[in-house]
Design a protein around this ligand. Structure first.
Ligand code: TRP
Length: 437
């Protein structure tokens, strides 16, 4: 098996790994959901809460995944069994299920972004609501979903080094430049100031709501690609001299930065065109209806900005989708001895089929997002923190490899043992209640 024979694939460079991991983290979750939640959750007060959660929960769980992945050099099921015995295999299986389910609907939304990017060339429709209806349902939605899955499979077939790494090195800098460029442009628009105020004005009372804590924690997990072994799998292609604590901070910081800047781009755009009253409906609607309305009303500039915006979204979605597929592909290679191309094609096709109900029905899509995108991830994160905090023999020794000078291992282990599980239990309880009444 590839995992044991020493022939496991490896990243070509440190930058390659970091950009691929940031590529996994930065995706649809950053470009819209984050700014939407910030506005709903109390503006700058929410930002502080979110950053605290990223520091106290996100970074520790990320480091936990990186440590298990690199230390074992295996995909999730094998990695958990390596440190915890066969009893832990079911958790690995849950990770695969989460990845599979998330990718199935994520690809549907990603397909819409592709379609919007292409249609931006001809100008956005005057009736964005009707256009969205047409894009998001029926055969068109299925077709763009299948196209997006095909792209994803194509990259994963290329392998860790020549597929995932190469694509991330080219696309991630492009995404940063586009998002920053749009934010700078948006700052020049009249009304930008009230856009920022809407985004960031402090509403302290909102932060002390359980629902907000819940959303912030769920968002942190989804946005950082945690709780289902994606970071674990990427780390399994690393060598022992990589400084994992540093990398986990870099990845989390970059993910936050993109989310924050995307908000700086989006709200001024909406305010400049007087669309602030249409933000409220739903986060998907705002992204695919309100923003395209803004682009339509901006005329020629709107075509360019809109094209760039949806290209950035599609790029973010693509580098995230490949990490989701890589988890199952890597497992099929390790556990079943499949070839990479067979694994990518067979599993990609299965996932594409599984996504069809989401492509036809927004209700199904929303349910999948609640179930896999929130519940499974939070549960996965809870189990991971218990695993590394209490079960794995000596996680600090593994984390210390390549990171001798880092002073916060003690705090890391302590957080994983106490704060993280308790907080995630609360969040899990809350999301169960939200999902099943
Ligand atoms: N992080 C991505 C986003 O923000 C989505 C994603 C990719 C993901 N891989 C993941 C979420 C693994 C959870 C787990 O859009």
């Amino acid at each position: 098996m590839a995992g044991e024979s020493g022939s496991r694939e490896q990243w070509g460079s440190r930058a390659g790994f970091i950009l691929a991991a940031i590529g996994s983290a930065v995706g649809l979750g950053n470009m819209w959901r984050f700014s939407y939640l910030t506005n709903e959750g109390g503006g700058a007060a929410f930002l502080v809460l979110y950053l605290l959660l990223v520091a106290a929960v996100g970074v520790p769980v990320m480091l936990a995944e990186l440590v298990i992945g690199r230390g074992s050099g295996r995909s999730p099921i094998g990695a958990l069994a390596h440190y915890g015995g066969d009893r832990w295999r079911p958790l690995g299986a849950l990770f695969l299920a989460s990845g599979f389910l998330i990718l199935s609907y994520y690809s549907v939304i990603a397909g819409w972004t592709l379609r919007y990017a292409v249609s931006a060339l001809g100008g956005f429709s005057a009736d964005s609501g009707a256009y969205f209806e047409q894009v998001a349902t029926g055969p068109a939605s299925v077709a763009w979903h299948l196209l997006f899955m095909t792209l994803t499979v194509g990259i994963v077939v290329g392998g860790v080094n020549r597929g995932i790494e190469r694509v991330s090195i080219v696309l991630m800098p492009l995404l940063f430049v586009i998002i920053c460029g749009i934010a700078v442009y948006a700052a020049t628009l009249p009304g930008a100031g009230s856009g920022y105020a809407f985004y960031l004005d402090i509403h302290l009372e909102k932060v002390f709501d359980w629902q907000v804590l819940n959303h912030a924690a769920g968002q942190a997990f989804f946005s950082l690609s945690l709780g289902m072994g994606a970071m674990l799998t990427y780390a399994s292609y690393l060598s022992e001299d990589e400084n994992l604590p540093n990398e986990s901070v870099i990845i989390a910081a970059a993910d936050f930065a993109v989310a924050f800047v995307a908000g700086l781009a989006v709200f001024p755009l909406l305010f400049a065109l007087g669309l602030q009253h249409e933000v409220g409906a739903s986060s998907l609607g705002a992204l695919f209806i309100t923003l395209p309305t803004a682009f339509h009303e901006m005329g020629g500039a709107g075509r360019v900005v809109g094209l760039l915006f949806f290209v950035a979204l599609a790029v973010g979605a693509l580098t995230s989708a490949i990490s989701l597929l890589e988890v199952v592909v890597s497992t099929a290679i390790d556990q079943l001895g499949w070839s990479r191309s067979r694994a990518a094609i067979v599993l990609g096709a299965a996932c594409a089929l599984l996504g069809i109900p989401s492509a036809l029905d927004l209700g199904v899509l929303g349910f999948m997002d609640q179930l896999a995108g929130t519940l499974f991830l939070v549960f996965g994160g809870l189990m991971l923190s218990i695993f590394v905090g209490w079960v794995m023999p000596d996680p600090v020794a593994e984390a210390r490899q390549g990171a001798e000078g880092v002073p916060w291992f003690f705090a890391w282990r302590w957080l994983l043992r106490s704060v993280v599980p308790v907080l995630l239990l609360v969040v899990l309880w809350q999301s169960l209640r939200a999902l099943f009444g």
